[in-house]
Design a protein around this ligand. Structure first.
Ligand SMILES: *[C@@H]1O[C@H](CO)[C@@H](O)[C@H](O)[C@H]1NC(C)=O
Ligand SMILES: *[C@@H]1O[C@H](CO)[C@@H](O)[C@H](O)[C@H]1NC(C)=O
Ligand SMILES: *[C@@H]1O[C@H](CO)[C@@H](O)[C@H](O)[C@H]1NC(C)=O
Ligand SMILES: *[C@@H]1O[C@H](CO)[C@@H](O)[C@H](O)[C@H]1NC(C)=O
Ligand SMILES: *[C@@H]1O[C@H](CO)[C@@H](O)[C@H](O)[C@H]1NC(C)=O
Ligand SMILES: *[C@@H]1O[C@H](CO)[C@@H](O)[C@H](O)[C@H]1NC(C)=O
Ligand SMILES: *[C@@H]1O[C@H](CO)[C@@H](O)[C@H](O)[C@H]1NC(C)=O
Ligand SMILES: *[C@@H]1O[C@H](CO)[C@@H](O)[C@H](O)[C@H]1NC(C)=O
Ligand SMILES: *[C@@H]1O[C@H](CO)[C@@H](O)[C@H](O)[C@H]1NC(C)=O
Length: 587
């Protein structure tokens, strides 16, 4: 059934706050640069534990490894996070105030006030624009420096015998990350209500600070509004009958559904994007880390705290998630070390400190984060992770050349994220010995190389037409073959994504890549359908989104030649595909 061109909207279900004139602040003061203590808090990261000779920096660790290993760093991480969550919410460096920079409560932090024309309906975080990738870097670094300062103080309190071990552990402690593309389930460390660690005074059982954050001033926080305001603590998937959060089974089911998308999408960004802009955020015909990022926000929490941009940063999963986004961006930058930062000019979508339409370059301020000279950070000033005193296990940029590091990272990315791709290793794969029907035999100088095809779906929709957050799925015969998650901010303008079509499209055992467009395109034109679902699963008919656009793109594709190279993509050919409602939504 082809979609009609009805101009109907889902009017009554639109919950997105439209940037109305009324929501735009009246004249506001310039930054006053005052905080609790009177001066801005600089974001410098953590400077301890760095080897003065080699320059080696401590790695942010995989949360599952940190948890499984246990020991002093795990103890300190949990105790520090717990102590941070207990800091009075009116303190600028409380868990609450730090989380509150992202979305709600839409108020000034670090003395960085709202400016003329900037929306009062948003926090400082940019999404759907290039600053998405750079803004979250100082944000995680600020959280990390605060967390580690607690850990360092706690380490001093241990008995003399073990104090040196704990002090050393604190010096190399950094914010951990959750690699959801490799481990698509909630980190076990974050699912128990209680946690037992070795504290300065012996073994102690605490409320697990990774399980949820409990608001201290429920009466005040409830006044922030929105559907999540009524909850006294952050929640993911609620168990039936419980006021609060705990159904890890449901969260993990949600994540299991999208696991294939997460890995395919991440690998696709690493291998296919060649510009920082394309990698950094979702734009028309671009493949970026923002889409899998959005999918994790939506899938990990049913319609709970993580699914709302305004509230997500309060869930302790948020920093684990964004630390991972920062890691993916850092790995991409090290692979593409000749073009590690964008040089384009873009339009801001508008945040608490920035009016919409502001011209954005890599020298634009990342509000509200000041550097050590009390000048606002910029994308250029945060381009290198060494700035903030951390690295990731995959990145050694002190004892290798940039080219060696890029080669090593390509190999690690292939090892971590390529399983979903039927990308054969020409040198070693036995599957390559199988007959492969290359659809082109006229490649000049092609000789021993096999060029095949890679298929992507390009989707675009006007956000105003959908009740956000929502997911747009590509469906063939009941199977989801690609997924676009759209969060609630920004709620206007076009949301776009370029999705690799996954091998769910296997016919028999033939990979799509082995199939010629003459076969694939008619198949997709006849059998590719779409469904849109609100965050609670409610179907939204595609007929209510007249702006929805779908194209299939075929790219010339040269498989990788060995484990430390990526596949090579060539020219693209595109076909428009009629929007057809998936059966799943009907009736
Ligand atoms: C929450 O879920 C975890 C993991 O399934 C479980 O260990 C814990 O006991 C649960 N807590 C409650 C209160 O149900
Ligand atoms: C967590 O610890 C508290 C306080 O020690 C205890 O009352 C509660 O029963 C524990 N909860 C679970 C699920 O173990
Ligand atoms: C948790 O979620 C699972 C899967 O959605 C469901 O089967 C189960 O009944 C839920 N448990 C509770 C206690 O609500
Ligand atoms: C930025 O937005 C303004 C106002 O919406 C528009 O006039 C301008 O053309 C846009 N610039 C770019 C580069 O898209
Ligand atoms: C999106 O749709 C809204 C409502 O239909 C319309 O006002 C707006 O102009 C559209 N935006 C764009 C960028 O076309
Ligand atoms: C696909 O491959 C599997 C194992 O590799 C084999 O068991 C199955 O028969 C194959 N199916 C077809 C349709 O060739
Ligand atoms: C659409 O799918 C059906 C069922 O798999 C298949 O029989 C048909 O050939 C497909 N259409 C095209 C044009 O390939
Ligand atoms: C992999 O292929 C690249 C490009 O052809 C080549 O430079 C490199 O030496 C190869 N690496 C290995 C380990 O064979
Ligand atoms: C890509 O397309 C351009 C323009 O049609 C053509 O000149 C070029 O040879 C093509 N490249 C490949 C690798 O096919």
């Amino acid at each position: 059934m082809a979609r009609g061109r009805r101009m109907q909207r889902v009017g009554s279900t639109i919950v997105c706050v439209i940037l109305a004139a009324a929501a735009i602040a009246a004249a506001a003061a310039q930054p006053t640069a005052t905080t609790n203590s009177g001066t801005p808090i600089p974001v410098v990261g953590v400077k301890t534990g760095i080897d003065a000779n080699s320059g080696q920096r401590p790695a942010r660790q995989n949360i599952n490894s940190l948890w499984a290993r246990g020991g002093p760093q795990w103890d300190l991480y949990i105790l520090a996070l717990s102590e941070l969550q207990a800091v009075d919410e009116t303190d600028e460096l409380s868990y609450f105030a730090l989380a509150g920079i992202h979305g709600l409560p839409h108020s000034a932090w670090n003395g960085v006030e709202q400016v003329d024309g900037a929306p009062s309906s948003r926090g400082y975080c940019p999404h759907g624009e290039v600053l998405f990738s750079t803004w979250h870097r100082p944000y995680v670094a600020l959280f990390e420096q605060t967390l580690v300062s607690h850990a360092a103080r706690i380490a001093q309190k241990y008995p003399v015998k073990v104090a040196p071990t704990y002090k050393a552990a604190a010096q190399t402690l950094r914010q951990p990350y959750w690699d959801w593309a490799s481990d698509p389930e909630l980190p076990p460390a974050a699912t128990g209500v209680n946690v037992t660690v070795n504290g300065p005074n012996g073994v102690v059982t605490l409320r697990n600070p990774l399980y949820s954050y409990r608001f201290q001033r429920v009466d005040v926080e409830a006044t922030f509004g929105g559907s999540l305001a009524a909850f006294p603590e952050t929640w993911r998937c609620r168990a039936s009958g419980e006021a609060l959060a705990n159904n890890s089974t449901a969260s993990n089911e949600g994540l299991a559904h999208v696991a294939g998308d997460l890995m395919s999408d991440v690998y696709d960004v690493f291998t296919r994007t060649t510009t920082f802009d394309a990698m950094a955020y979702d734009e028309w015909r671009g493949s970026s880390f923002e889409n899998p990022h959005n999918i994790v926000h939506s899938a990990s929490s049913c319609s709970g705290t993580m699914s709302s941009i305004d509230w997500s940063a309060f869930d302790p999963l948020f920093m684990l998630h964004h630390c991972n986004i920062d890691r993916l961006v850092a790995m991409w930058q090290a692979i593409n070390y000749k073009t590690p930062m964008f040089t384009t000019t873009a339009n801001s979508t508008g945040q608490f400190g920035t009016p919409p339409g502001t011209a954005i370059t890599a020298d634009s301020p990342l509000k509200p984060f000041f550097d050590e000279n009390l000048v606002l950070h910029t994308s250029n000033s945060v381009a290198a992770i060494s700035k903030f005193g951390y690295t990731y296990p995959e990145i050694d940029d002190w004892s290798t050349t940039p080219e060696e590091l890029a080669t090593s990272l390509r190999a690690q990315v292939n090892g971590l994220y390529s399983h979903n791709q039927r990308i054969v290793d020409l040198a070693t794969s036995s599957s390559f010995q199988q007959p492969r029907p290359p659809h082109r035999d006229d490649q000049p100088g092609g000789g021993d190389q096999t060029q095949t095809s890679y298929y992507t779906a390009e989707i675009q929709v006007n956000r105003s037409e959908i009740s956000l957050p929502a997911t747009v799925n590509l469906v063939i015969d009941g199977l989801v073959v690609g997924r676009m998650a759209i969060l609630g901010m920004p709620c206007e303008g076009f949301a776009s994504v370029s999705l690799p079509l996954r091998d769910t499209l296997l016919q028999g055992n033939l990979s799509l890549q082995n199939m010629a467009p003459q076969t694939v395109i008619p198949f997709l034109q006849q059998n590719l359908t779409m469904e849109i679902r609100a965050s609670d699963g409610t179907p939204i008919p595609v007929s209510s989104t007249p702006s929805l656009q779908l194209e299939v793109q075929e790219l010339d594709f040269m498989p990788r030649v060995n484990g430390s190279t990526f596949p090579v993509f060539g020219n693209a050919t595109r076909w428009p595909i009629a929007i057809r409602q998936s059966d799943n939504c009907e009736g």
